[in-house]
Design a protein around this ligand. Structure first.
Ligand code: CMP
Length: 512
């Protein structure tokens, strides 16, 4: 033992322990528990070495055997402490610092093997026969294997999982009981899975291998994305092809956070009501979820799009045929309701600068023919370069006007707050849309058709003058963003634009 003590030395080992502890504390504070293990081993080593010294000084013959045993144990403990310190330096400090992070199981296997080698090394150094140790350890291993069958099964499962690399930390899995979660650690005995409900599932490794486990959204060579279904129903009055087209178009207008662009979302009519129970068809949007942690919030964004698209097209979401609504619905009640809606539309039209030149009668004509168009947050309402069919009166919410410049930049030029209007430039001049307008939140618009507006302008061509004034102001603002005009250049441009736009309107609507 004294030889061993000389070789290792309390002080050298203690100093190494302090040094590694300081490094771990500074660079890998998460690994402090391993320092504790090394410290415990070191303390046990000191105690065993002390006991060996005490036994050696008691001169009774039995005491020398005890001294040998405890000396042997001290030697083994010193070797274990060294192994722990070296592994800390290599696996927790050096390898992570050069960007290599190995799973815990790897370092555990290395430490385990090093322990075995160390035991044999110390025994050999102390002159103990290796064959007797092997025989004894084989018997002990047999007894342990029998009594720890399940635990060993789990441990071997853990090793197999690590070696064949089927499940990795970070994978989303669905277990045999249907619960889903993200793998956060694969330990010796079990794998830790965190669910979206903020729960943690401890899955014994043997179970992971024995049962069917689905790795969600994983396909070799492809990005991680998982198919989701969002259901909705529309009644039989509307053709499935029409419903499918309009929901598909609404989903394609602008990307939705968490929805993959490839493959794009698809819309299907997957069944008709069964046994004539309901009078509607069943539809589903199938999309690929890219952030598997946010399944419900992403489906909710998709539902917002579906709802707004159906509402815009005046397609109601179906209600069960057996639902009974009790409300006063006679002719006068319906007329009253219609009148109220019309009044509020007239008020909205009159409140915006563009239509302030129209008489109340003209505003009422537009209000009757206009259609209500809601949009979900982030939906594109008009796209730069598209052909215009409508202009929009913003009744509720906020919309952002963005322009793609020639150098490929996409810049915000204005934020429109209700009550406001947009989409008038292309509609009045027949040119392509000048900018892209995107709903910032839930937005409600009135869509004014070009044909209806032209009817009014043709009757009273002088309206075109006022309208061209408003149009010129906006166009100059756009030009200022695109070309960086100063205020002097802006006022000059305003004069020329006013006359140019007036002539464009006059030509487009074939005014006298
Ligand atoms: P239009 O070109 O038909 O389609 C895009 C619309 O964005 C455009 O009509 C305007 O209504 C609106 N728009 C463009 N520039 C501005 C601006 N500077 N301020 C407010 N709205 C704008």
């Amino acid at each position: 033992m004294s030889e061993l003590l000389e070789r290792w030395g309390f002080a050298a080992l203690g100093a190494a322990l302090v040094l590694v502890a300081a490094l771990v504390n500074r660079f890998a504070p998460g690994k402090r528990s391993r320092i504790r293990r090394a410290l415990v081993l070191y303390v046990l080593f000191v105690l065993a070495a002390g006991a060996a010294q005490v036994f050696a000084h008691l001169r009774a013959p039995a005491m020398s055997t005890w001294s040998e045993y405890t000396g042997l144990v001290a030697g083994v403990l010193a070797a274990f402490t060294c192994i722990e310190l070296i592994c800390l330096l290599v696996f927790d400090l050096f390898l992570p610092s050069v960007g290599i992070v190995l799973v815990k199981l790897t370092s555990d296997v290395v430490v385990g093997l090093a322990y075995v080698v160390a035991v044999f090394g110390v025994l050999k150094a102390e002159g103990v026969s290796a064959s007797s140790v092997v025989t004894t350890s084989a018997v002990v291993s047999g007894v342990l294997a029998l009594s720890l069958q399940t635990t060993l099964g789990n441990i071997l499962g853990g090793v197999a999982l690590q070696l064949d690399g089927t499940i990795h930390v970070g994978d989303w899995v669905q277990l045999a009981d249907g619960s889903q979660g993200k793998v956060v650690t694969i330990r010796w005995r079990h794998t830790v899975v965190e669910t979206r409900n903020w729960d943690t599932i401890i899955v014994p490794n043997a179970n992971l291998l024995a049962q069917n486990v689905v790795i969600l959204g994983k396909r070799s060579g492809k990005p991680v994305q998982h198919r989701m279904w969002v259901y909705f129903n529309v009644d039989f009055r509307f053709a499935p092809s029409h419903v499918i087209d309009l929901v598909r178009a609404a989903l394609a207008t602008a990307p939705i956070a968490g929805v993959a662009s490839d493959p794009p979302p698809s819309v299907i009519c997957y069944d008709f009501a069964k046994d004539g129970r309901d009078s509607f068809a069943y539809y589903a949007v199938r999309y690929w979820l890219t952030d598997l942690a946010r399944d419900d919030p992403t489906s909710s964004l998709v539902r917002e799009r579906i709802y707004a698209a159906l509402k815009r097209a005046n397609l109601p979401l179906a209600i069960p045929a057996k639902a009974v609504f009790v409300s006063q619905d006679d002719t006068s009640h319906r007329q009253e309701k219609h009148q109220r809606e019309l009044d509020s539309r007239v008020q909205a039209l009159g409140a915006i600068e563009l239509f302030s030149h129209l008489s109340e009668e003209e505003q009422r004509i537009l209000a009757v023919s206009a259609t209500l168009a809601p949009f979900a947050p982030h939906e594109v309402i008009t796209r730069q370069g598209a052909t215009a069919h409508w202009l929009y009166v913003l009744l509720k919410g906020t919309a952002v006007v963005r322009v793609a410049t020639e150098d490929g930049e996409d810049r915000q030029v204005a934020i429109l707050e209700a009550p406001s209007f947009f989409g008038e430039m292309a509609l009045m001049t027949g040119q392509p849309r000048e900018a892209t307008v995107i709903a910032e939140c839930d937005v409600e618009c009135l869509r004014v058709d070009r044909v209806d507006l032209s009817g009014i302008i043709k009757k009273r061509p002088e309206i075109a003058q006022g309208i061209s004034e408003v149009l010129a102001k906006r166009r100059v603002e756009l030009a200022a963003v695109r070309e960086g005009l100063d205020s002097d250049a802006k006022s000059k441009r305003l004069v020329s634009e006013r006359s140019r736009i007036f002539h464009a309107i006059r030509d487009f609507f074939a005014l006298e």
